[in-house]
Design a protein around this ligand. Structure first.
Ligand code: NDP
Length: 304
């Protein structure tokens, strides 16, 4: 069985460092501030945003939760974002995705001041990341690098295979690994013989969105697996396929009728050298990195 890379401990360490920086800035009369915009009432988005706002409070950041009416137009959302761009006490703007289909998500992400783009999704930040310049980088991929570094897993010279090429996870994760001198391969739904590629990986990042998709046969023995996926499984047969005999998950499944699992079949963790569990891995880093980005944005905007 591979070594568990403990997302909780790493996230706690990062949050403590952020709180320390916030205390330092307070001495200069600066309180980093995050505005979170949530449209609609998607249960998962609601939980994520509340947890982001709560973490701001825990670490001493200022935060605002903005909940426009569910039928808000793109134009009105653009006005709202421009208003936040102009407010000095707001250092970070977070637009919780997904937005309702009728809202033009790209137009909104492009309207966020790149200096306040704490999710790292503005094309200016994406371009800076591509060019290896200082940038606000997407939180989940930044968290992946923190997990690897703080767990003492060497990146330079390793073959890192990233499965998934989204703008939020796969692509920026691949670029960050490249900047750390990994040899990087990006895979996606059109990749031929995926297993032959993933079996070459010293570091395998799974960001697919399909429960247990990466099986033990697709993993090189001793590899480090970073499982980004967050999938809710509700079917008994699927549950049995992955978790038969796992008493803890069995109790959770019986209680809630579902469990959350990643993109990696738990049997693959038995071949791995190290892996991030789901839950308890990458997901916990995402909020920690959002806090770190907000403080960084506050510092950069003031030339600190
Ligand atoms: P997307 O749906 O945007 O991207 C999924 C990627 O997986 C696509 O590039 C797609 O390829 C690829 N893919 C789909 N099917 C296959 C296949 N059969 N073989 C190879 N590649 C495939 O998802 P996200 O990147 O936004 O998220 C990925 C996962 O990570 C999800 O489970 C999500 O919930 C989770 N997540 C977790 C976060 C956290 O904090 N832990 C944060 C963000 C996401 P193609 O481009 O060809 O369609």
């Amino acid at each position: 069985m591979g070594k568990v890379l403990d997302g909780a401990a790493i996230a706690a360490a990062i949050k403590e460092e952020v709180a320390e920086k916030v205390r330092g800035l307070a001495g200069q009369g600066i309180r980093p501030g995050l505005a979170a915009v949530l449209v609609g009432n998607l249960a998962a988005s609601e939980i994520y945003v509340r947890s982001k706002v709560q973490t701001c409070a825990d670490l001493g950041l200022y935060s605002e939760l903005i909940r426009p009416p569910a039928d808000i137009t793109t134009e009105a959302m653009l006005d709202l974002v421009r208003g936040l761009n102009d407010r000095d006490e707001i250092d970070g703007i977070l637009i919780q995705l997904p937005l309702p289909a009728r809202v033009d998500t790209k137009a909104l992400l492009d309207a966020v001041d790149p200096a306040k783009d704490v999710d790292g999704l503005h094309p200016v930040n994406a371009g800076r990341l591509m060019a290896g310049r200082p940038a606000l980088t997407p939180c989940t991929p930044a968290g992946i690098i923190e997990i690897l570094k703080r767990s003492g897993i060497p990146i330079a010279g390793q073959h890192a295979v990233v499965v998934g090429r989204s703008d939020i996870v796969g692509k920026p994760a691949a670029l960050l690994l490249l900047h750390q001198n990994a040899t990087v391969t990006i895979c996606h739904s059109k990749t031929r013989d995926l297993g032959a590629v993933t079996r070459q990986a010293g570091i395998l990042v799974a960001a697919i969105g399909r429960a247990g998709f990466i099986t033990a046969e697709m993993v090189k023995p001793g590899a480090t697996i970073i499982d980004v996926g967050m999938n809710r499984i509700t079917g008994r047969a699927e549950f049995e396929r992955f978790f038969a005999g796992d008493a803890k998950r069995e109790a959770a499944f019986a209680k809630r009728g579902s469990v959350v699992m990643g993109d990696v079949d738990p049997k693959a963790f038995e071949v791995a050298g190290a892996y991030t569990p789901v839950p308890g891995g990458v997901g916990l880093l995402t909020i920690a990195m959002l806090m770190a980005n907000t403080v960084r944005a506050a510092q950069m905007r003031r030339g600190l």
